[in-house]
Ligand binder design. Structure first.
Ligand code: CP
Ligand code: NVA
Length: 333
């Protein structure tokens, strides 16, 4: 078995293809064991702290349930729940928490903060989303695609349609490059992916046989895709003032039934990290609808609720995959 004990999980960039596949295989085993009632606890007595500077439903619950299933104890620190970043530096907080906890999850703004926590805490740090990256999300997305499409990872073709600079898209692009997959970012040219990240992913792709490409034309970009993926047009931490511009830029990139058909693949599935603006049945959705006259954003309700949509299986898989990351890096086998 791979020794990734005590390894931080800050970005898939730091993980080799074989290590990533190990996490995915372990997630499958843990999922099966939970379903069969044969799960063995490897985190008994471990203390885990979850730091959330931004809101969360899936990631928070996945860490909590995954850790509890494995016998660990959890402390949750919400957006106003600690001094970090207000009265105390991340470096000092890291050294405090490192003396009390066996593992730290961090969701927040800056990737640098995640790195500082890792550098100074002396315990594994897991990235639960930053402005730049969302590596735990990718594991769930890839596992879900494999389960539903019944294909090897390297044979799965992704088309991400929307904001090409989105943290989830960045993370998927890194993951796809590592696992030798095809990954198309389909976006307006104004939101093309960061060139430096693209260059890094293309360098990895040369080694792994992955195909990483950017398209500004939707039909061309999604053709042949197995998975059509999208995410919100405005991410947490971005200013509300950006909505108008994003709606204008991204409306032609809404995932609707035309886009699903343009894959020319009747077996194509739809993935989304969630939460999704597929109707205006939420407080924010209503505000946007009132202000800009748009009730569906990155995905139509029709596609979201269609048989092709695997978003809730994907959400469940957040828990199995996050559990796998914790077990691999902290578990006593
Ligand atoms: N997909 C995801 O990270 O969801 P939450 O923001 O609810 O954690
Ligand atoms: N891009 C989104 C992902 C949420 C899971 C955000 O950062 O808000």
């Amino acid at each position: 078995m791979f020794n990734v004990r005590n390894k931080d999980f800050l970005t898939l960039m730091d993980w080799t293809p074989r290590q990533i596949e190990y996490l995915l295989d372990l997630a499958e085993d843990l999922k099966k064991a939970k379903y069969d009632g044969t799960e063995q606890q490897t985190l008994k007595g471990k203390e885990i702290v979850l730091i959330f500077e931004k809101a969360s439903t899936r990631t928070r619950c996945a860490f909590q349930v995954g850790a509890q299933d494995q016998g660990a104890h959890i402390t949750y620190l919400g957006p106003s729940g600690s001094h970090m970043g207000h009265k105390e530096t991340a470096k000092d907080t890291a050294r405090v928490l490192g003396g009390m906890y066996d593992g730290i999850e961090y969701r927040g703004f800056s990737q640098r903060t995640a790195e500082t926590l890792a550098e100074y805490s002396g315990v594994p740090v897991w990235n639960g989303l930053t402005d730049e990256d969302h590596p735990t999300q990718v594991l769930a997305d890839f596992l879900t695609a494999k389960e539903v499409l019944k294909k090897e990872y390297k044979d799965i073709k992704y088309a991400f349609v929307g904001d090409g600079q989105d943290n989830v898209s960045n993370a998927l692009m890194i993951g796809a490059a590592k696992l030798g997959m095809s990954y198309h970012v389909v976006c307006p040219k104004e939101l093309n992916p960061n060139q430096d990240l693209l260059d890094k992913c293309n360098a990895i792709a040369k080694e792994t046989g992955a195909e990483i490409k950017v398209f500004n034309d939707v039909d061309e970009g999604v053709k042949g895709a197995d998975v059509v993926y999208t995410d919100v047009w405005v991410s947490m931490g971005e200013p509300d003032s950006i909505w108008e511009q994003r709606i204008k830029l991204l409306k032609p990139y809404q995932v609707n039934s035309h886009v699903m058909q343009a894959t020319q693949n009747p077996n194509a599935i739809f993935e989304h990290c969630l939460p999704a603006f597929h109707n205006d049945d939420t407080e924010v959705g209503k505000e946007i609808a009132d202000k800009y006259g748009i009730t569906e954003m990155e995905v139509t309700d029709e596609v979201f609720e269609s048989k092709q949509s695997v978003v809730f299986r994907e959400a469940e898989n957040r828990m199995h995959t996050i559990k796998s990351v914790m077990v691999a890096t902290l578990g006593e086998n």
